[in-house]
Design a protein around this ligand. Structure first.
Ligand SMILES: Cc1cc2nc3c(=O)[nH]c(=O)nc-3n(C[C@H](O)[C@H](O)[C@H](O)COP(=O)(O)OP(=O)(O)OC[C@H]3O[C@@H](n4cnc5c(N)ncnc54)[C@H](O)[C@@H]3O)c2cc1C
Ligand code: FES
Ligand code: FES
Length: 467
């Protein structure tokens, strides 16, 4: 099926909120052939676009970008590798990759565990370490953790040379290629009192997030409690989240707690239920097109779907208006509530904050994927899992108004596809960011348990042939 750009102008078929991208100023979409191309673009003022969660938010908040340099498809940026005694993590590596990558889990399980606490399952599937660091947001988690680990950031200058700096010294305007993390050592990170303060303690230094205008790093000396170093940092922020006096106390407590845990060798354990293969990447290059429109070739619910769409169009709009699939809802329009969740390459994704071109060439499943499945559908295909979860929701009455239900069903389906027998805490971890104002979640959890049991029963009855 092929649809042209005019479809999205029919306001009768689309809620105004899902068309919020219409407020985004047009921008030119680059297609960098190499790292040097991307570095030159960023040095000339183009915005780097990695997962695009923050980029979408900034554009919707009224900022404008003349041009955008998508980083998906630039190989080095998506790599995790061992290099001369350090772990290299490319800038476009997603949070989910760090959480699940075998090299990270083998050499820095503390990082894998810390990354698991970032945002929610959708943010981890799409957001990247580079985007997190280069947003320069003092509340984000990557900077304090990596600063405490003694990581070095590597930027590419437009003349092809490399510039290295510590995490605390990073600045916008250049392409971040990645970070090098020492293989030895571990970090204890406490973010339980965000947005007041977050504290990371490594072997030689501690880093503080949220509490000052920038990330603060203190060198730790044996036999001291760090109080003198804290005094030297000056006044913490005094804002609506906390007074400066309260922040100072909280930082002192967190610092002591983290140092004790670090001295005892505590590092968070990696959850054995986590999948062991890397999942979720930022995808490839955007498809061809001009400044105004891109030609999209999507794999939507198992069938090809072609459309031409403006570069600023969000995936939810393409799905609802061009493909006419209204089961994908819009709630917050800010990547927070989960109503717009679709599965991209099997992982929950906020379609309100994903440009349509980011989905090109990837497998997209919406709630309609379970409609009219043929008898020949393999029992454990993603659409079959979605159907099982949908039926379990109906049987356990796991919905009331139903607005959040497609997003919840798709997130639960992805969960069961990755973890056939999840425990309750894993279920809560995956589902609690899909906001439901009606059910209270108990029936939702019961539905997921019932669907998981039914799928396992079917798998036992029809084992997959050995390959
Ligand atoms: C609901 C919600 C919950 C969240 N919770 C958390 C949380 O708990 N902890 C946390 O840390 N964060 C959290 N975030 C923020 C999230 O982690 C970041 O939004 C994400 O990591 C950004 O990555 P991205 O790839 O989408 O960045 P993008 O939006 O692609 O980029 C962000 C910025 O970095 C620049 N940039 C990106 N890559 C590069 C590069 N290689 N070189 C130079 N500049 C670059 C972009 O130009 C842009 O300015 C949350 C966000 C939401 C919406
Ligand atoms: S509408 Fe996309 S997350 Fe709320
Ligand atoms: S069923 Fe109404 S919001 Fe979830």
């Amino acid at each position: 099926m092929t649809v042209g750009p005019e479809a999205a102008t029919d306001a009768s078929t689309s809620g105004l909120i899902s068309r919020s991208h219409l407020g985004i100023e047009p921008f030119a979409l680059a297609r960098p052939a190499s790292l040097d191309d991307a570095a030159a673009g960023v040095a000339n003022g183009a915005w780097a676009h990695a997962g695009g969660i923050d980029v979408a938010q900034r554009l919707r908040n009224g900022e404008s970008a003349e041009s955008m340099v998508p980083l998906g498809g630039l190989k080095t940026l998506s790599e995790i590798s061992l290099r001369d005694g350090v772990l290299f993590i490319g800038a476009a590596v997603t949070h989910a990759q760090i959480e699940t990558d075998p090299l990270v889990r083998a050499h820095r399980p503390d990082l894998a565990a810390a990354w698991r606490t970032i945002g929610n399952v959708r943010i981890r599937a799409t957001g990247t370490i580079g985007g997190n660091l280069m947003s320069l947001d003092v509340g984000y988690d990557a900077a304090p953790i990596l600063a405490a680990a003694g990581a070095e950031m590597i930027f590419l200058e437009p003349d092809g040379s490399e510039r290295r700096c510590s995490v605390a010294d990073r600045a916008a305007g250049r392409l971040l290629v990645g970070c090098e993390v020492p293989l030895e050592g571990h970090v204890v990170y406490d973010r339980s009192l965000k947005p007041v303060a977050s504290v990371a303690v490594g072997d030689r230094r501690a880093a503080i997030g949220c509490a000052y205008r920038e990330i603060k790093v203190i060198e730790l000396e044996a036999g001291t409690d760090g109080a003198a170093a804290l005094d030297a940092l000056g006044e913490p922020l005094d804002d609506a989240n906390a007074s400066a006096v309260y922040r100072r106390r909280v930082i002192g407590v967190l610092l002591r707690r983290c140092r004790q845990a670090h001295a005892m060798g505590d590092a968070d354990a990696v959850d054995p239920q986590m999948p062991t293969t890397p999942i979720a990447t930022t995808g490839g290059q955007p498809p061809a097109g001009d400044a105004n429109s891109v030609g999209l070739e999507l794999h939507l619910n198992g069938s090809p779907f072609e459309a031409a769409a403006p570069v600023s169009e969000m995936l939810v709009e393409t799905i609802r208006t061009r493909a006419g699939l209204g089961g994908t809802r819009v709630g917050c329009d800010q990547a927070v509530c989960g109503a717009c969740t679709v599965l991209v390459d099997g992982l929950p994704t906020a379609s309100c904050s994903t440009f349509a071109w980011q989905a090109a060439g990837r497998e997209i499943h919406t709630i309609e994927t379970a409609n009219a499945l043929p008898d020949t559908e393999p029992a454990r295909s993603l659409p079959a899992v979605v159907r099982e979860v949908q039926q379990a929701f109906a049987k356990t009455s796991a919905f009331q108004c139903g607005y959040c239900t497609p997003g919840l069903i798709l997130t639960a389906s992805s969960l069961l596809a990755h973890h056939p027998d999840p425990d309750r805490s894993t279920m809560v971890d995956w589902l609690d960011s899909n906001m439901c104002r009606c059910t209270g979640y108990l029936m939702v959890i019961e539905a997921v348990e019932a669907a998981g049991a039914a799928l396992r029963e079917r798998a036992d009855a029809h084992p997959e042939p050995a390959t």
